[in-house]
Design a protein around this ligand. Structure first.
Ligand code: KG4
Ligand code: ZN
Length: 345
């Protein structure tokens, strides 16, 4: 196999392609964001996402090859996200990957998007050893795994309703902060008081490591209504004073970060894992990083976060995960299908 692998990622609203050399050197990592397309709706519109992927996928692949200074015949393999995600979006990436692999006569490998997120950390810390606990925390997922060895993922807990990123996005919409909500809440909350409002922290009982964030989102809604604000049909609240927005954003962020941190530390202790890995878009959040670092330090654990550009959806992580699977002989056929609910196991 040649030393270059092309990764393709289209599971949600980013069209991404990347070229890795020897499975770990990032030669290019191109992401075409659809944020402005979906921003007016306060969230992703699946039909629009798949149409935009169709327009973007070829130019993005070409750009990734150009930036890497690699030609199509130099590629040794193609790795693509096969799920989970929006099925229409996934199909664009898998069709592109299958066509290229067939035309070039090179191996194709299918990657689970969540494994991609987790493997992002290996691009910056290739020496990592097992076991570890990994939290994938994004717009679609809040999944906590115990990873005793490579390719084994034991689900310890997951959200029972909204994903953490989804809660950030929904609360940002309520506060009129726009989409994506995570960075907007982080910015708005910077000047606020995280203790101003005691929003609920929801911990599942009976030793469960599951999460629940829909109550927190509803608590923000009721808080605004309690102050006499009317929520518009669009889901936004008009004419909120900036100081109030700052306090709500800071207090909401504090609540969500405390819950995530507590469960992750609890999981690492229960599994006697010394290493904790964070992955996914919400792992960009600075307060979450601070809290986890502090919590981990107190327990003598090591905690690692990918750089922000490797936390949010990207194709370098998909190429990295695919490369490892190719090495152990995995191949996908041209009958590869996208799977919206592909489990990680
Ligand atoms: O991993 P990702 O790019 O896509 C999915 O697989 O979902 O994650 C996107 C999510 C969005 O919900 C976004 O609001 C959230 O990650 N996010 C953040 C931050 N940056 C992105 N949440 C909190 N704080 C941030 N700084
Ligand atoms: Zn993702």
């Amino acid at each position: 196999m040649s030393e270059f692998i092309l990764g393709i990622e289209t599971s949600c609203d980013e069209t991404a392609a990347a070229v890795l050399e020897k499975g770990c050197i990032i030669r290019s990592n191109v992401v075409a964001s659809q944020v402005t397309l979906h921003a007016p709706y306060g969230g992703i519109v699946p039909e629009l996402a798949s149409r935009r992927h169709l327009e973007n996928v070829l130019p993005v692949v070409i750009q990734a090859l150009r930036q890497a200074e690699v030609q199509l015949p130099d590629l040794g393999a193609i790795s693509v996200t096969a799920g989970p995600g929006l099925v229409g979006s996934l199909l664009v990436g898998t069709s592109m990957a299958k066509s290229l692999a067939y035309a070039l006569g090179i191996p194709l490998v299918a990657v689970n998007h969540l494994e991609g997120h987790i493997r992002a950390i290996f691009l910056e810390h290739p020496e990592l050893t097992y076991p570890y606990v990994a939290l994938v925390v994004s717009g679609g997922h809040t999944h906590l795994y115990y990873v005793p060895e490579e390719y084994i993922y034991r689900l310890l807990g997951r959200t029972r309703d909204d994903a953490a990123g989804e809660a950030f996005d929904k609360v940002a919409k309520l506060l009129g902060l726009g989409y994506p909500g995570g960075p907007a809440i982080e910015r708005a909350g910077a000047g606020g008081n995280p203790k101003a409002i005691a929003f609920p922290r929801s911990y599942s009982g009976n030793g469960s490591l599951d999460f629940s964030f829909s109550g927190l989102k509803t608590a923000v809604l009721y808080y605004l209504e309690g102050l006499g604000y009317k929520i518009q049909r669009s889901g936004e609240t008009k004419f909120l004073p900036p100081e109030l927005v700052a306090d709500i954003a800071a207090s909401f962020q504090q609540a969500i970060v405390e819950v995530l941190t507590r469960n992750v530390i609890k999981a690492a202790k229960a599994k006697k894992a010394r290493l904790v890995i964070l992955a996914g878009g919400v792992a960009c959040n600075q307060l979450l990083r601070q809290h986890l670092r502090k919590g981990a330090e107190e327990e003598g654990l090591e905690v690692l976060f990918p750089s922000p550009s490797l936390c949010t959806d990207n194709a370098a992580m998909v190429a990295a995960a695919g490369y490892r699977r190719l090495l152990r002989g995995e191949r996908a056929g041209l009958d590869l299908n996208a799977s919206a609910n592909l489990p990680l196991c």
